[in-house]
Design a protein around this ligand. Structure first.
Ligand SMILES: [Zn+2]
Length: 265
């Protein structure tokens, strides 16, 4: 598998290839660092963790507390992306404890949080379909049935996570319906298991040296195998940086690593 420097911008459209075991980029001179098990790059080698929240917040300017998709929070709306994430984790935890399932207004807010920073059309389409089904009892029942399955604890095991993601097959829910919507599926599952299931998108793969064209491979099972290897990789990074991040942040270590990888991409 060809890896690319996550720090270099493409030169004449080409990314800078790096090879396994290389510790410094020959073009930008950044230290790369390596994680042995997956062979993927660790771009957080020199990261200043004190700047994580300010670095992250600077990239979340499009978050809109007044978006109609966030009505589940009624008049106590979170004012930022990070506040919204923390509020969603707490809300999902409450619902899973009390009702053993996630409600539709909460699902809508999760979907907004996942999509607001991406393509406007995707956000509008997916959230619009959920809003259009708010009065549809079948829709509520499907979401309750699906998420009730996740009231069974999940082991920190890659295969078990893939099994939970594939459980969404057969549920006609906007955002997660298609077999290969791994980023959106992983977001829903992460909200239930924020210390086990990694969030995922093409940007974090770029951060660890993987070009996103691999992800667009037509074979969906390959996408799942990428997600599985990514899970192994980020769990290793959580272990590697556990001493640095312990006690300094509100979010789970897994989420902190996800934020940092998103920032350095
Ligand atoms: Zn470089």
């Amino acid at each position: 598998m060809q890896l690319y420097c996550p720090f270099c911008k493409p030169i004449n459209g080409s990314l800078i290839p790096v090879i396994y075991g290389q510790t410094t980029c020959s073009v930008c001179s950044e230290q790369l660092g390596w994680v042995q098990k997956t062979g993927w790059i660790d771009p957080l080698f020199n990261y200043n963790w004190n700047n994580l929240y300010s670095n992250y917040d600077a990239r979340c300017k499009r978050f809109n507390p007044n978006d109609p998709c966030l009505q589940v929070f009624s008049n106590k709306r979170p004012g930022s992306d990070r506040a919204c994430y923390n509020a969603l984790v707490a809300l999902v935890s409450n619902e899973m404890t009390k009702d053993r399932c996630i409600t539709l207004p909460t699902y809508l807010a999760i979907t907004y949080w996942k999509h607001y920073s991406g393509r406007a059309k995707t956000k509008r389409d997916v959230c619009g379909k959920i809003i259009g089904n708010m009065g549809n009892p079948n829709f509520h029942n499907d979401l309750a049935e699906l998420t009730n399955y996740y009231s069974i604890p999940l082991a920190a095991n890659e295969q078990a996570i893939i099994g939970y993601l594939k459980k969404m097959n057969g549920y006609d829910m906007p955002g997660i319906k298609s077999f290969d919507t791994i980023p959106t599926r992983a977001t829903l599952l992460h909200m239930v298991f924020p210390d086990v299931v990694p969030l995922y998108d093409e940007q974090v793969l770029i951060a660890i040296g993987i070009r996103n064209d691999k992800i667009h491979h037509k074979d969906p099972s390959r996408k799942y195998s990428y997600y599985q290897t990514y899970t192994t990789h980020i769990w290793e990074l959580v272990q590697k940086y556990s001493q640095v991040i312990k006690g300094n942040f509100t979010e789970t270590s897994l989420r902190i690593l996800d934020m940092a990888l998103w920032v350095v991409r």
